[in-house]
Design a binder for this molecule. Structure first.
Ligand code: HEC
Ligand code: HEC
Ligand code: HEC
Ligand code: HEC
Ligand code: HEC
Length: 357
């Protein structure tokens, strides 16, 4: 509660425009919504992970500590665009994170690929923290000069990190997925005016999406995941009855099977994916389902070849944005398709029925 009071004091220093029209009741509702949101969750690992260390390291603080974010924005005179000091533990994404003059003025964001995207308006703050930490360019740099199918001891898994929804939405403009040479990729998903920015869909305080507005256009579906406007059979299953989400999920499943086949046959050690750090593990059982005691750092997968790393990277990009089907369905389908197609150059896979949007 103490931290909230500090944040509210900072709020009083807002440019007045931020406090338009809302009466005291509106403000109360807004604060309640924020307190229940993931950004206001003091118990989340996102804000408590560093408590034993006592401070949030510079490389993590921008997104995991309000003081780190303010440091990044240059509030109080620090250098803009860099985090110079460790962040304070246990500070959530409070009112002051998004409501300083610096945050209100922010309009352009630089992504991990080095690309700067401008004209972001009130979604710019979202894009700073939801941009991920790696890009196609990072993967390319790691594998450069190495033979596609040779295991290399100096390769390690490259992890996009969590909830990189902003990078997903921008697609080829930001390059969050590994983009294979000679292919073109979908850029920003423009969707429709009124549902084309972070804060047009997500109420910024609760972070929730109001689905009634969506269903006014997307009629005849029960849940957002049933929405579909592209009707090709992308995953080649013969079943087109589900939403675009189902196509992505089906291709994602096929990609994991292909990664496992390639790891066993070409890289020489079976691989398993487990939804926790460091995600890809050596799999002595060869079944793909790893006993928990083997999902350890010591047992992390180490037989990486360039081809395997690219496909595994893309598998994780899709896994870590469960909203990818809304944020940029074409881009997600494209990187899955191309990963499968690339693995099929080295192992026997039937990819004759999958389609690329
Ligand atoms: C560009 C922003 C950004 C940076 C930099 C960043 N993270 Fe994160 N991280 C996130 C976001 C966003 C989430 C929340 C994902 C969610 O819960 O939806 C997250 C989640 C986490 C979680 C919580 C996972 C869970 O189980 O809920 C941990 C732990 C974490 N990050 C560790 C780190 C570490 C360690 C660093 C620094 C080496 C770091 N992060 C740097 C954006 C970032
Ligand atoms: C993650 C960023 C973020 C956080 C955290 C945040 N806000 Fe906001 N807030 C926004 C954005 C973005 C808008 C403008 C929405 C728009 O453009 O439609 C906004 C708008 C407002 C408004 C104007 C509302 C209206 O409907 O006109 C008030 C008041 C406000 N915020 C107060 C707060 C308070 C109080 C807190 C802390 C409890 C807070 N905000 C936390 C991003 C944030
Ligand atoms: C300073 C960094 C930061 C900013 C700015 C920020 N976020 Fe977040 N966001 C996070 C972190 C960290 C989490 C995870 C919080 C947790 O684990 O409780 C998160 C969680 C979320 C979630 C829930 C994800 C899930 O796993 O369910 C949504 C949705 C979200 N943010 C949307 C937004 C939007 C929209 C904006 C802009 C208005 C925004 N965020 C601005 C860091 C940020
Ligand atoms: C067209 C509306 C729309 C736009 C635009 C949009 N989102 Fe989302 N977002 C959603 C929906 C709907 C979900 C929930 C999807 C689901 O779980 O089925 C979601 C999920 C998320 C999540 C949670 C993913 C997770 O890890 O569970 C985050 C974080 C997020 N969005 C952030 C953003 C950010 C940041 C932006 C702007 C770059 C953005 N969104 C733009 C509709 C949208
Ligand atoms: C004004 C009408 C309208 C509204 C409101 C709207 N959409 Fe859409 N949506 C569309 C149109 C048109 C497309 C096709 C766009 C394209 O393919 O470029 C689309 C495409 C989509 C797709 C991709 C479907 C596919 O097969 O690729 C998803 C998912 C989606 N919308 C989700 C949402 C969500 C979630 C919301 C609410 C936050 C929403 N839409 C609000 C009109 C709308």
């Amino acid at each position: 509660m103490r931290l909230l009071v500090i944040s509210l004091l900072a709020l009083l220093a807002f440019p007045a425009t931020a406090l338009r029209a809302e009466g005291p009741e509106g403000l109360e509702r807004l604060i309640a919504a924020w307190l229940e949101s993931p950004h206001g969750n003091y118990n989340s690992p996102s804000f408590t992970y560093w408590n034993e260390q006592g401070q949030v390291p510079e490389s993590c603080a921008m997104c995991h500590s309000e003081t780190g974010f303010l440091d990044f924005l240059g509030v109080g005179g620090s250098t803009v665009g860099v985090v110079d000091h460790p962040g304070t533990i246990n500070t959530v994404i409070g009112c002051a994170s998004c409501h300083t003059a610096e945050a209100h003025a922010l309009d352009a964001v630089t992504f991990p690929s080095g690309v700067e995207v401008a004209g972001l308006g009130s979604s710019a703050t979202c894009m700073v923290c939801h941009q991920g930490r790696q890009s196609s360019d990072h993967v390319e740099a790691r594998v450069a000069g190495k033979a596609e199918d040779e295991v290399s001891a100096d390769l390690a898994f490259v992890n996009i990190h969590y909830a990189a929804s902003a990078a997903t939405m921008l697609g080829a403009e930001a390059r969050p997925g590994y983009q294979y040479a000679g292919r073109s990729y979908a850029g920003r998903f423009m969707h429709v005016p009124g549902a084309d920015t972070c804060v047009a869909c997500h109420e910024p305080h609760s972070t929730q999406v109001e689905s009634d507005g969506c269903l006014a256009c997307h009629r005849g579906v029960e849940s957002l995941r049933d929405i579909r406007s592209q009707h090709q059979d992308f995953a080649g299953t013969g079943d087109r009855s589900g939403g675009i989400h189902a196509e992505i999920v089906a291709l994602h499943g096929q990609l994991l099977d292909a990664i496992r086949l390639y790891a066993a046959e070409v890289a020489g050690t079976p691989i398993a994916y487990v939804g926790r750090f460091p995600y890809f593990f050596a799999d002595p059982t060869g079944t793909g389902t790893l006993p928990t005691e083997l999902a350890t750092r010591d047992n992390r997968y180490q037989n990486w070849t360039p081809r395997l790393l690219k496909a595994a990277y893309n598998y994780q990009v899709v896994a870590k944005d469960p909203g990818g089907y809304v944020h940029n369905p074409r881009y997600m389908l494209q990187i899955l398709h191309d990963s499968l197609e690339n693995l099929a150059e080295a192992v026997t896979l039937d990819i004759s029925r999958i389609r690329r949007p």
